[in-house]
Structure formats: structure tokens, C-alpha cells
Design a protein around this ligand. Structure first.
Ligand code: COA
Length: 189
């Protein structure tokens, strides 16, 4: 169900940003050939390539296009420099709803798994959200998705509940996870 959400300024943010994630400082700066930028329409083909490789019930082109028109939505894309062009290797979709950021989608290209790209996208997206006033982050993840759960644990996400038979393709349960963002910013490394 769509929820009322807070408009997110599309302009005026400067990257990289100012916050420090203890133990995760600026992962997106450590990967020197990685750039994280806001999604534009022309990025959707590259995003769909990854979406179709990664998910059993992928988002459609229209679903990504719609995100461009939703005030509270931000989609950030990770691009890697190759000799001839910049290749899209991952993306994250966030919604800001009052003091909460909800992570709707996150994926990285299978050829680049375990290269720190999701860590970079998540630290970048959370940092962006904190600067806009987010205090907690929430998401749903398939119970069987241990790689993603392990990633979220690194950002202090904890299981808060279960949505039984949430995914319509196989009726798998969703774990609802939540992270107090002040904890991520302030904790000791
Ligand atoms: C989950 C996913 C986004 C991780 O992306 P990634 O770019 O490989 O992640 P990173 O390289 O930043 O890894 C960060 C952490 O995630 C966890 N992780 C990632 N892949 C893992 C795997 N195959 N097994 C166990 N843990 C894994 C680890 O904790 C890892 O930290 P470590 O390398 O220090 O052990 C990626 O596997 C993916 O796109 N999966 C398909 C889509 C998906 O499930 N999205 C999440 C929906 S909720």
C-alpha cells in the first residue's frame, strides 16, 4: 500500500556527504572507480538488466519510471568506469516517510557481487536520508535471503516482525527489519 510521504528535494545535495558511519566510513569512496548518482531515465535499461537477473518477481520498466515522479522517492545508481563507458552495477530505491526511510529495492550485478557495492549504496542512501532527517530505516527481506540479511546486520538492522506469506511468487515470509540510524552514526567501531 502506498503511504503518504515527505517530498525529497531532488536538487541541492552535494556528494560526498558529511556524516561518518563508524566502521563503515565512506565505503563508496574506497572503491575508486565507483560513482553513485541519482537515477535518470536513461539508466533504466541498465537497472532492468540487473533487476531481471536478481529477482524472481522483478520490477518493470514502468515501476522504475514511476519512481522518478514520486516526491518521496530516491533511486541512486552505482556506476563503474570501464574503458569505454560507465556501467551500471547496482542501485538502491528509498522512500522518505516523515522520520523514516524505507528501503524498497537494492541489488547489485551478479558479476560484481562481494565487491562492496551494496555496502557503498546502503551507506550512501542512509547517509542521504539522515541528512534529510531520517531517524529509523525499515525494509522487508525474504526469510531465505541470507546474503541480504547479513548485509543489513552490518548496518545494525534487526528483525522486528514477520509478514507471513508476503511474497506472492512462492508465499515466502518477509522479515521486517529496522535500524536506528543514530546508532549507526554514533556507535563505536
Ligand atoms: C544482497 C546483495 C545486494 C549484496 O550485494 P553485494 O554488492 O554483493 O554486497 P557487498 O559486497 O557490499 O557485501 C556486504 C555484505 O553482505 C553480506 N553478503 C553479501 N553476499 C553474501 C553472500 N553470498 N553470502 C553471505 N553474505 C553475503 C556480507 O555480510 C558482506 O560483507 P563481507 O563481504 O564483509 O562478508 C546482492 O547479493 C544482491 O543483489 N542480491 C540479489 C538482490 C537482493 O537480494 N537484494 C536484497 C533484497 S532485500
Amino acid at each position: 500500500m502506498k503511504q503518504p510521504c515527505s517530498p525529497v528535494s531532488k536538487k541541492g545535495m552535494s556528494y560526498p556527504m558529511d556524516l561518518t558511519f563508524q566502521g563503515l566510513e565512506k565505503d563508496y569512496l574506497r572503491i575508486t572507480d565507483l560513482e553513485i548518482v541519482e537515477m535518470e531515465g536513461e539508466d533504466i535499461d541498465g537497472i532492468l538488466d540487473i533487476e531481471n537477473l536478481c529477482f524472481r518477481s522483478p520490477w518493470t520498466r514502468d515501476a522504475f519510471k514511476q519512481e522518478l515522479d514520486i516526491d518521496c522517492s530516491k533511486v541512486f545508481v552505482a556506476k563503474k568506469s570501464t574503458p569505454h563507458k560507465k556501467k551500471i552495477v547496482g542501485y538502491i530505491c528509498l522512500w522518505m516517510v516523515t522520520n523514516e526511510v524505507h528501503i524498497l529495492n537494492l541489488a547489485t550485478h551478479p558479476n560484481f557481487h562481494r565487491h562492496g557495492i551494496a555496502t557503498s549504496l546502503l551507506s550512501f542512501g542512509l547517509e542521504f536520508s539522515i541528512l534529510l532527517g531520517a531517524e529509523i530505516a525499515t525494509l522487508e527481506v525474504r526469510k531465505s535471503n541470507l546474503p541480504a540479511i547479513s548485509l543489513y546486520n552490518k548496518f545494525a538492522f534487526e528483525a522486528m516482525g514477520v509478514r507471513r506469506r508476503y511474497y506472492s511468487d512462492n508465499y515466502e515470509d518477509a522479515i521486517i527489519m529496522c535500524s536506528k540510524l543514530s546508532y549507526i552514526v554514533n556507535r563505536e567501531s
